[in-house]
Design a protein around this ligand. Structure first.
Ligand code: NI
Length: 167
């Protein structure tokens, strides 16, 4: 396994729509293992394919490892459904936009269907931090980052901060 370089916004690959994974090959298994290792090395709780230049509908997450309850999940070709109408605003970071936290409003609860590395199909409901995480990672597969959820003014302010710190 190896730690992969994480693309930084505004890399254009972070703005593209990713292609479905057609088959779970040995390459996909290696990619998933590398993505988990990369995520842990970067102290993140989620990482999507395009963030490491793999333009495929795959992400990894582990919402428990920082609390001593590791729970690595590999999500292939995920699909999301909202559950209920409640919205919640959380402060989100992103490994591709280091140093920036953005307040993003999203459905508080979602249901996700995905394929696992073992080709099994999974359906699970998520709320709380995990709901935020799966929606954030899902966004990456559609070329969407936290900035895209902000109004013009908030976005401009955060982009300025980001560009100043990376300059
Ligand atoms: Ni992100």
């Amino acid at each position: 396994m190896s730690v992969l370089p994480i693309l930084q916004w505004p890399d254009s690959r972070l703005m593209e729509i990713c292609a479905p994974v057609e088959e779970i090959t040995a390459e996909i298994e290696v990619l998933a293992a590398d993505m988990l290792e990369t995520m842990y090395a970067a102290a993140g709780r989620g990482l999507a394919g395009p963030q490491v230049g793999a333009m495929l509908r795959i992400f990894v997450m582990d919402t428990g490892w920082k609390n001593g309850k590791p729970d690595p999940v590999v999500c292939i070709n995920p699909m999301l459904q909202e559950v209920g109408e409640e919205r919640v605003t959380n402060t989100e970071g992103c490994l591709s936009i280091p140093g920036i936290s953005a307040d993003v409003t999203r459905p508080s609860q979602v249901q996700m269907m995905w394929t696992g590395l073992n080709a099994g199909r999974y359906v699970q409901s998520f709320k709380g931090f995990a709901a935020t995480c799966v929606q954030h990672e899902m966004d990456h597969l559609d070329g969407v980052v936290t900035f895209d959820h902000l109004d013009t003014q908030a976005r401009a302010a955060l982009e300025t901060t980001y560009r100043e710190q990376t300059a």
